[in-house]
Design a protein around this ligand. Sequence first.
Ligand SMILES: [Zn+2]
Length: 114
Amino acid sequence: MPVRDRKSAEWVQVFRGSGPTDAYLLRDWLERNGVRATVRGESLMSLRGDVPIMEAWPTVWVPPADRDRAEALITEFHGPSLVHPAWQCPKCGEENAPTFGSCWSCGTDSPHLG
Ligand SMILES: [Zn+2]
């Protein structure tokens, strides 16, 4: 098997977040399952006003060889959200992904715990 060019520029985008945090959640999920993944676009988050909102959310990229595996994991990742929707922090009001055990913003425990 030929060795592929490992430059990250050749990685493929497999996910675009619908918020500022879910790309990071997905990256962590992929890495826990053995897929190298990276989040891009976070630098855009620091821009104000000029960037269309859909352009601003971070995206998740994986090596081409891991794409199929990543896409399967993404499907799995999104499965639980059908049962446990995103929750709003009772303290600061930020929306948190269903897999978050505590608020990404202020650390308050999820109301779904315990
Ligand atoms: Zn909070």
